[in-house]
Each structure stands twice: as structure tokens, then as C-alpha cells.
Design a protein around this ligand. Structure first.
Ligand SMILES: *[C@@H]1O[C@H](CO)[C@@H](O)[C@H](O)[C@H]1NC(C)=O
Ligand SMILES: *[C@@H]1O[C@H](CO)[C@@H](O)[C@H](O)[C@H]1NC(C)=O
Length: 387
């Protein structure tokens, strides 16, 4: 087992900021609208599963699933529990939720969640709020990190966590986030935000438009329209996932990409590929840079000529002390399942990025590796919250 396969302590990675109203009567906004306060919570990575959790269930973690439709807690003895499965489907990159009975409010229970709210100036204070949660069978527990109390779906579906918080509290305004030493990142991201695409066939998952992929500044030759989302069929497109670590690409994109990376790194000594990795290197052969192993950049080419540039820290993963591997995997040929995206962007390239969703505007801003600016997600000051 690799050092990364063991159960390791959690590490703070990102900030989730949902919006929460203050309790009635605490203070009123000058414009007559009630003030809103973001809640902030650290996101931790489970070493054994590479899944990410947020501690919002009385301190117990819920697994973060960006594309997930709802809050889901396994192991409920509730006999009216009618849901049968919340299971991960690797080719499509989504967790699926299925009901045994008819969908109805009887399937849902109210569960108390808790988090810290912030006004940006003073230390955060705890808040509790009820949310609707569905129950799922014990089998789900086996696939979750030890101690996890369920899954927090963050999709655009009406019962996802952000939808519930925003609708119950009638707020949906933007939020800001500050790193320390003070670097304000949110405003720049908002100005350069990308539109989120909607896949009508797929449960509110977050798709972005990608025009191409480049290695070492050279565009990788992929078939025309390879990244396009077919809204009628619900297939294709590029989706962000927090339940897969590696970025998974359909074969017609993966093959030319790995060939281009292979060619761009031809001078670097190889090691035997270790499944699921197809391309591995002698770790000691790379120079070390602020942005990870010194290697050709991979660019995801986005709207408006912008790129999401993946330097070594984002394009390679350390598999063991001697081995670094290409952090992209082939979806495989038999992977043409319903709703299967062309690319599932996993958590590895999102690590130490600020990913700022604005669900009201339907946009997402992606900072790129923060180390470029000599900061990282660990610089976020949880004692003060956002600005
Ligand atoms: C709230 O803040 C306290 C003190 O900083 C911390 O111990 C606790 O874990 C936080 N709770 C959540 C849900 O983030
Ligand atoms: C984006 O990436 C492409 C391919 O590497 C490159 O040609 C282009 O100059 C980049 N654009 C910007 C704005 O950096």
C-alpha cells in the first residue's frame, strides 16, 4: 500500500462558504433586507479514500459530492426509508441516487446540521440549521471514509445542501474569501468567471466549457467537438467532480493527451506503470519547483482564451517515494454509459485552487494553483472567516 493509501490525518484544503441568515432580530440590514452571513467550514481529505469531507453534522463529517443531489445519511433505522442506493458509477463519474418506492416527503428526514458563521471581522460563531436528508442503506458506509456520517450533495438540485440553505434562508448572494497574508482572490475570480453549463439530463452537476487541451503550449489533436456537451443526449462535456481523484477522459481525448505528454517528457526516465496509472516516472529525475515537479504544463483551454494551467503539482501524483505518475486516466472503451461526460475533472487538479461557485449567476471561477502567488489553501484564516 502506498503511503497515500493509509488512513491519514485530515488536512485543510479549501473553504466552503454557504450563506446563512442571522437569526431574526440580531441585526437588520440598512436596505431593509435581512443581512446574510456566510458559513465557513474546512474541507478535509481522507487519506484512505481520497474523498473530501466537511464537519457539519455535529462534528461528524459528510462526504462532499459536487454533483450530488441531496444530503444523504446511511444506516438510518427509519422503516419508512425508501431509498435503495447512493452508489458511485465510475464511468459516468457520478454518484447515483435511486428510490425503491415513489419519491415523496416520507423518504426524507429532518436532520440538524451545524457550522460556523462569520461576519468577516469577528471570530466565527456556531450556527445550527435543519436540513432535509434522505436515508440510504448501510452498504453506503463501506465506500465512505471511516467516521463519515453521510454525503453532502452540492449540486443545483433543489434538495442539495446549498439549495436548502439558500432557499430556507432566502439568501443567494455572493460571498468573499480572503487568504492570509491578505490576498483578495474572490473579486478577480468573479470578474473572470466562467459560465456553468447545465446538462438537462444530469442532476445539476457542474459542467464547464473546454475548447481544447494543450501540452507544453502545443494543442493536442483531438477530434472536432470532442469536449462538447450534447444537451439532448446528456452525454459529453467537461464536469467537475469531488468524488474522483484523477481526471478521467474519454479515450479519444485521453490517447492523444497521453501521447503528447509522453513525447514532451521523453527525456525523463520511466518507471513501470502502476494501475490505474498508465505513465510513471522516476521521481528523482524531476527538478523541484514552487509549482511541483518541473514538467511541461497541461492547459485546459477555456472561454475567452483563458487557460486552467496544470503545472507538475496538478498533472502528476506521487505514488510512492520513487514514483510520480501522470494524473489522468482513460475512461475506457466500454464507458459509454448514459450521461457519461467526455472529461471528469477530479480533485487532484483542484487541490490548492480556489474554486468559487456563484450559483445565482451560474458561474465558476478557478484560480489555478495558488502556489503561483506564494499562497495556498492553508493560508485561509478560519479564526476570522471570509471578508
Ligand atoms: C467551528 O469553529 C470551532 C473553533 O474554531 C472549531 O473547533 C469547529 O470545528 C468549527 N466547526 C465547524 C463545523 O467548522
Ligand atoms: C493558453 O494555452 C494555449 C496553449 O498552451 C496557449 O497557446 C495560449 O497562449 C494560452 N493563453 C494564455 C492567455 O495564456
Amino acid at each position: 500500500m502506498s503511503p497515500h493509501g493509509s488512513s491519514s490525518p485530515v488536512l485543510p484544503l479549501l473553504v466552503l462558504s454557504l450563506l446563512l441568515l442571522s437569526p431574526p432580530g440580531t441585526f437588520a440590514g440598512g436596505d431593509g433586507r435581512p443581512p446574510s452571513k456566510p458559513i465557513v467550514t474546512p474541507i478535509s481529505k481522507d487519506g484512505a479514500t481520497s474523498l473530501y469531507t466537511i464537519p457539519v453534522k455535529g462534528g461528524a463529517p459528510l462526504v462532499l459530492d459536487l454533483a450530488g443531489p441531496l444530503v444523504c445519511q446511511p444506516g438510518s433505522p427509519d422503516p419508512c426509508c425508501a431509498c435503495t442506493a447512493y452508489s458511485y458509477n465510475p464511468p459516468s463519474g457520478f454518484w447515483r441516487f435511486r428510490h425503491r418506492g415513489q419519491r415523496g416527503s416520507g423518504d426524507l428526514t429532518r436532520t440538524p446540521l451545524s457550522a460556523n458563521a462569520t461576519d468577516g471581522r469577528n471570530p466565527p460563531f456556531p450556527v445550527c440549521f435543519p436540513a432535509y436528508a434522505a436515508c440510504a442503506p448501510n452498504g453506503l458506509l463501506a465506500s465512505l471514509p471511516a467516521g463519515a456520517a453521510g454525503v453532502a450533495g452540492l449540486s443545483r438540485q433543489p434538495l442539495s445542501l446549498p439549495s436548502q440553505v439558500a432557499s430556507r434562508l432566502k439568501v443567494a448572494s455572493p460571498f468573499e474569501l480572503q487568504a492570509s497574508p491578505p490576498v483578495e482572490l474572490a473579486e478577480g475570480l468573479r470578474q473572470n468567471a466562467l459560465p456553468l453549463l447545465v446538462n438537462p439530463k444530469n442532476n445539476g452537476a457542474y459542467y464547464i466549457r473546454v475548447h481544447g487541451i494543450a501540452v507544453n503550449q502545443a494543442r493536442v489533436p483531438v477530434p472536432a467537438g470532442a469536449f462538447d456537451l450534447d444537451r439532448r443526449q446528456g452525454t459529453g462535456g467537461v464536469v467537475l467532480s469531488t468524488v474522483t481523484r484523477l481526471t478521467t477522459l474519454r479515450s479519444d481525448i485521453f490517447s492523444p493527451l497521453i501521447n503528447a505528454f509522453d513525447a514532451a517528457t521523453s527525456g525523463i526516465p520511466r518507471r513501470k506503470p502502476m494501475p490505474p496509472y498508465d505513465l510513471c516516472y522516476e521521481a528523482s529525475a524531476f527538478g523541484s519547483t514552487r509549482l511541483g515537479p518541473g514538467v511541461a504544463n497541461v492547459d485546459l483551454m477555456l472561454d475567452g482564451g483563458r487557460n486552467w494551467t496544470l503545472p507538475g503539482a496538478s498533472s502528476l501524483v506521487q505514488v510512492d517515494e520513487r514514483t510520480l505518475c501522470f494524473a489522468f486516466q482513460n475512461m475506457g472503451v466500454g464507458a459509454t454509459v448514459a450521461n457519461s461526460p467526455a472529461v471528469i475533472v477530479g480533485t487532484h487538479p483542484m487541490e490548492d485552487n480556489l474554486v468559487l461557485f456563484d450559483l445565482e449567476k451560474g458561474t465558476v471561477g478557478i484560480s489555478g494553483l495558488l502556489r503561483r502567488m506564494r499562497i495556498n489553501c492553508g493560508n485561509f484564516n478560519f479564526a476570522m472567516g471570509s471578508s
